[in-house]
Design a protein around this ligand. Structure first.
Ligand code: BGC
Length: 418
C-alpha cells in the first residue's frame, strides 16, 4: 500500500519528537497465536524505532479472560501496565474506577475526532475524554470452511442455517470432523452469536443483546436460536475442550475438519501458515447473517502510571500515537486479518477475506446492520456478557436443558446482572 506524504511527515515527526525521551512501555494483551504475534510485532518494532523499549505482558487465552484477570489484580495493587488490550464498555468500567489517563492532547494534535469512525469514538472516551485507542475492526459473523472437503463430500456451500445444519451429518459420514470447535466460554458465545444473528436478524439482535429487551430475549425467535444451537452442538466433539482456536484452524488447513465458526483473526493465522485466502479455506458470511456485520474493535486503554517521570509519560504517549499512524494500521492489520481503523487506507493489498469484510462493513453501515459483538464484549457490560456466556455454555454441554429453559435462564441471568 502506498503511504501518503502527509502520513510520512507525521511519522517522521513522531520519530524525532519522541526519541528524545526514551523509556519503557509495558503492554498487557492476550495475543499469543501465530498471526496475532506477527501483528503485534509490527507495533513493538515501531515503538522500538522511537528508542523506547517494549515490555511484553502476554497472557494466553483467546477472548482475554485470563489476561483481564491478571490486569485486575495488577491494577488494584497499584501496578498497572502502560496500556492494556481492553474492549467495548469495559473501557468505561475501568475509566469510571479512575484507572485510565486522558489522551486528549494526542487526540487533538492528531485529529482523532476526524479519523475515527463515528460509532467508535464514544467507545474510546469516558465523559468526553479519550482514554483508549482502537487498532482494528474484526468481524465475528464469519464461517471458515474447507472447500476441498466440501468438494470431496459433494456438498454444496450452505446458503442458510438449515443447509448448514443439514451438511454436518454428511460431513461426518464422509469421514471429517464437521465443526472444529474450541470448547471455551468465549468461543461458545461466538457460535451462539452467529446463530442468533442469523435467526433474529440485525434489528432483533440489537434489541436482545444491546437493549436487553426482555420480550425479545424470551421470544419464539430466541427459542429457535437455541434450537439451532442445540442442533449444531451435537457435532461438537469431546476433543474440543482441549483445543485452542488456533488448533481448530489447523484442523481445517490439514483437511481434517470442515468448518470453523470464529472471528477473522483466523485470517491472520491462515496468512501466517502461508495459506492463500479464500481458495482452499474460504471465508463466507455465517449463513443467514449475510448483510449484518458483527464488529469487534481491539483497542488499548491507557493507565494512570505510578511513575511521575516525564520519560515514562512520554513513552506512553508515543505508544498511543503510533497506533493510529497509517504505517501501523497497514502493517498490523495486514497480519491480523482485520480492517484498519483509518478508512482512507489503500485497499489494493487487502487479502480476499479482508476485502469482502470491507465491502460488507461499508454496506452494513448504510443498511444499519452493523452490530456490536456481545460474545466479544462490545455490546454490554462485562457482568451481562458473563451472564449470557454462562447460559450459552451450560446449554451446549448439558443436553438436558431445553430450548425453552435456556431462554428463561437467559432472561433471568441478564436481569440479575444489570
Ligand atoms: C480479540 C482478537 C483475538 C482473539 C483471539 C479476541 O478477543 O479481540 O484480537 O485475536 O480474541 O485471541
Amino acid at each position: 500500500m502506498k503511504i501518503k506524504r502527509k502520513h510520512l511527515l507525521i511519522s517522521l515527526y513522531l520519530l524525532f519528537t519522541m526519541s528524545a525521551t526514551a523509556s519503557q512501555v509495558e503492554v498487557l494483551h492476550w495475543w499469543t497465536s501465530g498471526g496475532e504475534l506477527d501483528a503485534l510485532s509490527e507495533l513493538q518494532e515501531k515503538v522500538e524505532e522511537t528508542g523506547n523499549t517494549w515490555l511484553d505482558v502476554a497472557i494466553a487465552g483467546g477472548g482475554g479472560n485470563s489476561a483481564l484477570t491478571v490486569l485486575r489484580s495488577r491494577a488494584v495493587s497499584g501496578n498497572p501496565p502502560t496500556a492494556a488490550l481492553i474492549k467495548g464498555p469495559n473501557i468505561q468500567e475501568w475509566a469510571k474506577l479512575g484507572f485510565l489517563t486522558s489522551l486528549d492532547d494526542i487526540a487533538k494534535r492528531e485529529k482523532w475526532d476526524e479519523i475515527l469512525p463515528e460509532f467508535i469514538k464514544p467507545i474510546m472516551q469516558y465523559q468526553g475524554h479519550y482514554v483508549a485507542v482502537p487498532v482494528n475492526i474484526h468481524r465475528i459473523n464469519w464461517l471458515w470452511l474447507n472447500q476441498a472437503i466440501f468438494n470431496q463430500a459433494k456438498i454444496t456451500i450452505p446458503t442458510d442455517l438449515n443447509e448448514l445444519i443439514a451438511a454436518l451429518p454428511q460431513l461426518e459420514a464422509a469421514g471429517y470432523l464437521p465443526i472444529a470447535h474450541t470448547s471455551e466460554p468465549w468461543a461458545d458465545a461466538i457460535l451462539f452469536e452467529s446463530i442468533s444473528l442469523s435467526v433474529l436478524g440485525a434489528e432483533q439482535y440489537k434489541q436482545a443483546f444491546v437493549d436487553l429487551n426482555p420480550q425479545v430475549l424470551s421470544s419464539p425467535a430466541m427459542i429457535n436460536a437455541f434450537a439451532k444451537l442445540r442442533a449444531m452442538s451435537l457435532y461438537i466433539d469431546k476433543n474440543a475442550k482441549n483445543r485452542t482456536w488456533e488448533q481448530s484452524t489447523k484442523l481445517l488447513i490439514n483437511d481434517q475438519a470442515a468448518i470453523q465458526i470464529m472471528g477473522d483473526w483466523v485470517a491472520g493465522k491462515l496468512l501466517q501458515e502461508k495459506q492463500s485466502l479464500n481458495t482452499k479455506i474460504r471465508c463466507i458470511q455465517f449463513p443467514g447473517s449475510e448483510g449484518a456485520f458483527s464488529y469487534n474493535v481491539d483497542s488499548f486503554a491507557f493507565f494512570k502510571l505510578k511513575s511521575v517521570s516525564s520519560e515514562v509519560k512520554q513513552a506512553q504517549k508515543t505508544l498511543a500515537s503510533i497506533i493510529l499512524t497509517p504505517e501501523l494500521q497497514r502493517d498490523f492489520n495486514a497480519r491480523k486479518g482485520s480492517l484498519p481503523i483509518i478508512n482512507t487506507m489503500d485497499k489494493s493489498d487487502f487479502n480476499a477475506c479482508t476485502l469482502q469484510a470491507y465491502a460488507d462493513y461499508q454496506q452494513a453501515k448504510l443498511d444499519n446492520t452493523l452490530v456490536p459483538t456481545f460474545a466479544q464484549a462490545m455490546a454490554t457490560t462485562t457482568y451481562v456478557q458473563s451472564a449470557i456466556t454462562r447460559v450459552i455454555s451450560s446449554f451446549i454441554y448439558d443436553k438436558s436443558i431445553s430450548n425453552e429453559t435456556a431462554v428463561v435462564q437467559l432472561t433471568n441471568a441478564i436481569k440479575a446482572a444489570q
